[in-house]
Design a protein around this ligand. Structure first.
Ligand SMILES: [Zn+2]
Ligand SMILES: [Zn+2]
Length: 257
């Protein structure tokens, strides 16, 4: 019923109790979890985890934080090879992140464009990470875009205007646990777009929702994100959960459950 479209369950933070976390997911009626990679090693781990659990799917990606210097061409070749593995449903996470001052803009741009082209060549959706880089993000997407480009702005952090620009380009917005934080801009965004444009995620182990802010996040808590969306849009939890599950199945072309 609930879906976590972005959770790093294969990260070492879950090595001690991954089995219990998966059991709690089942109890919480989470029916889909998508685990994104951030480089070659984590993409491999994501594929391995997805091969073990039927409702977990993998993404192959290269996070902008990995592009501190020009990325070697053999990395792109290996990621392309991995993208062909079973249960890989998208290319991600990829994108731009200018949050920390020492970022390498040109290396990020090159890596992002290469990964966008890989996704297009495979006809796969993209899972985009964008932090403090919206102007360049929209510019690059406009240049690299072709008809039928689709994907999601994971952990969406923009305002209503940026939200609409992303939706016009064929993207959905994934809402994280930060929607429960006091000063979040997300309620305005959630009210102003169509329910069909929204997905839910935790980005666990990061960004735990209230009342667990600051703790290790847990994918079962995606229910709290869905509850927030239902509350903000003044619809039932069931209606919100059903629409978001349907949006997820369509975007990632998941088998009907
Ligand atoms: Zn991210
Ligand atoms: Zn992430």
């Amino acid at each position: 019923m609930f879906v976590d479209t972005h959770c790093h369950l294969s990260f070492p933070e879950f090595d001690q109790d991954r089995h219990e976390v998966i059991e709690r997911l089942k109890e919480a009626q989470v029916s889909v979890l998508i685990d994104p990679g951030v480089d070659v090693a984590t993409s491999r781990k994501s594929i391995e985890l997805a091969s073990q659990v039927d409702f977990i799917y993998a993404n192959v990606g290269l996070h902008p934080h990995e592009a501190t210097q020009p990325v070697d061409e053999c990395v792109f070749a290996e990621l392309a090879r991995l993208a062909d593995s079973p249960k890989v449903v998208a290319i991600g996470e990829i994108g731009l992140d200018y949050h920390y001052p020492d970022y390498n803009r040109s290396a990020q741009h090159h890596a992002f464009r290469e990964m966008l082209r890989l996704a297009q060549s495979l006809d796969m959706p993209v899972v985009i990470h964008c932090r403090d880089a919206w102007e360049d993000m929209l510019h690059i997407l406009a240049e690299e875009s072709h008809s039928g480009m689709r994907g999601v702005m994971h952990c969406f952090s923009g305002d209503v205007e940026i939200a609409n620009a992303c939706i016009r380009m064929g993207f959905k917005l994934s809402i994280p646990g930060t929607v429960t934080y006091k000063r979040s801009l997300l309620p305005d965004v959630i009210r102003s777009v169509a329910l069909d444009d929204l997905l839910t995620e935790t980005d666990a182990p990061y960004l735990a929702p209230v009342p667990w802010r600051g703790k290790r996040n847990e994918p079962a808590w995606v229910r709290l994100v869905t509850e927030s969306i239902a509350h903000i849009r003044e619809i039932s939890l069931e209606e919100a959960a059903e629409a978001i599950a349907r949006n997820t199945t369509e975007l990632f072309r998941l088998p009907a459950s």
